[in-house]
Design a binder for this molecule. Structure first.
Ligand code: ZN
Length: 430
């Protein structure tokens, strides 16, 4: 009997009873989709149109969840491992011509659902949208060792009805809570993963992949965006192309010894509470992009920052204060002369690329004067703030005691004669 006649004549149970295989089921689905397609949107009344949009979305979500489950199984059994595909997403994108990003998103959803039955159940029931389920991928796919099944269920429960952004944030906090790591250890772990890789793509093109802590990434993109200049009206470049130009311009300028932007810090806006800033609470700060910034990191970054105090009561801004505690230009030049670059022995990062550090933190009463300021490169500055590192002595006899007890002497390096005060060294021919 032609399948077109199955639906009107049979009950659900009867219909499902005669399904022989997946192919039959897909044909049945085809038929149902064809039925929905018969009703043109332009002919629907407003109410019906509204229901149609939401109803179809519900089915799309349900199918996405089903699809992701199948995809996850396909991944586990490596059925994609044919014809040189790199992974399950690469295979799906290659065969169906969907974008790599779309395929990767489906694979992430599958992996998240595969990692938790509770999430799978919630997604199948429509308690959690496909997008929200996918946003839990990072938290669940590599489940922290301290998290039990009950903890996972608690997270899923908390994300019912949440939008993807809130769920992602809840997932991150949940991960932090159950990882058994302190905020500092988590930071250290992330920092250790930093990398820049290059790859030849053929056809005269290459690919640069940078993996960075989120704040460093924001700093990099802000800086190269700054170098690339503001897009003007006649500028037909995409954002991606502008950033690429900025990166290349910066590197060419560096190679020519023309980099002079050492003191211009493209702005990174972070909001935090006064209590978190002074260490009374450990509330996260947030960037203007909505990235979470752990409290200890906010305090670390605040050392380099201009602070703007905002006093708020409800929706009313009562007071705006501005406190600049960044070294003045005169102090900066004096520091360049005295320290000559990063104070760690053996480090050759020039002054223009260094951070200025308050030995006694500003919020602990440390003054912005030369007896309390030293230069570190970003790497050694980060190291100085790691748990277990203590500062001994003052700017003249500065020593660091590392976590393992090693004492490192960090004398000022001075400014070699003839060396430009604000630029990396390039030897003149004459
Ligand atoms: Zn250094």
């Amino acid at each position: 009997m032609p399948k077109e006649f199955l639906l009107p004549l049979l009950t659900y149970e009867q219909t499902f009873a005669i399904l022989v295989d997946m192919e039959d089921a897909l044909e049945l689905l085809d038929l149902a989709v064809g039925g929905v397609a018969m009703f043109e949107g332009s002919r629907l009344l407003d109410n019906d149109l509204r229901s149609a949009v939401l109803g179809v979305q519900r089915h799309i979500d349900r199918l996405k969840v089903l699809h992701a489950g199948l995809l996850h199984e396909a991944d586990k059994r490596r059925v994609w491992d044919i014809a040189g595909y790199r992974d399950v997403a690469d295979w799906l994108a290659g065969v169906t011509k969907t974008s790599k990003g779309d395929a990767a998103s489906r694979a992430r959803l599958g992996a998240a659902l595969g990692a938790s039955d509770a999430l799978k159940q919630a997604a199948e029931n429509g308690d959690v949208s496909a997008a929200t389920a996918e946003s839990l991928f990072d938290a669940l796919a590599d489940r922290p060792s301290g998290a039990s099944d009950a903890d996972v269920e608690e997270l899923v429960e908390a994300c019912k009805g949440a939008d993807p952004r809130d769920a992602k944030s809840a997932g991150e906090q949940w991960r932090d809570r159950h990882s058994g790591e302190t905020a500092e250890q988590a930071e250290e772990r992330r920092y250790a993963k930093r990398s820049v890789r290059t790859r030849n793509l053929g056809d005269g093109m290459g690919q640069l992949t940078a993996i960075l802590p989120l704040l460093d990434l924001r700093q990099v993109t802000n800086s190269i965006s700054h170098v690339a200049g503001k897009p003007c009206e006649a500028d037909e470049r995409t954002t991606e192309q502008r950033l690429a130009d900025g990166l290349v311009q910066l590197c060419i300028a560096y190679a020519k010894g023309q980099v002079a932007g050492g003191r211009e810090k493209p702005t990174l806006l972070i909001t935090t509470t006064a209590d978190a800033y002074t260490g009374r609470t450990a509330d996260d700060g947030f960037t203007a992009h909505g990235d979470r910034v752990p409290a200890h990191l906010v305090r670390f970054l605040a050392e380099q920052a201009n602070l703007q105090r905002v006093l708020i009561a409800g929706a009313h801004i009562l007071d705006l204060g501005r406190e600049v505690r960044y070294a003045t230009d005169a102090q900066y030049k004096a520091l360049v002369v005295r320290d000559g670059g990063c104070r760690r022995p053996g480090c050759h990062i020039p002054a223009a690329w260094c951070d200025i550090d308050h030995l006694l933190a500003w919020e602990d009463g440390g003054a912005t004067d030369l007896d309390n300021l030293v230069m570190w490169c970003r790497h050694h500055h980060t190291q100085k703030h790691r748990p277990g590192v203590t500062v001994l002595g003052g700017v003249d006899d500065l020593r660091l005691r590392l976590a393992d007890g090693t004492i490192v002497h960090c004398p000022p390096k001075g400014n070699p004669a003839g060396r430009s005060a604000t630029r990396p060294r390039t030897e003149a021919a004459a």
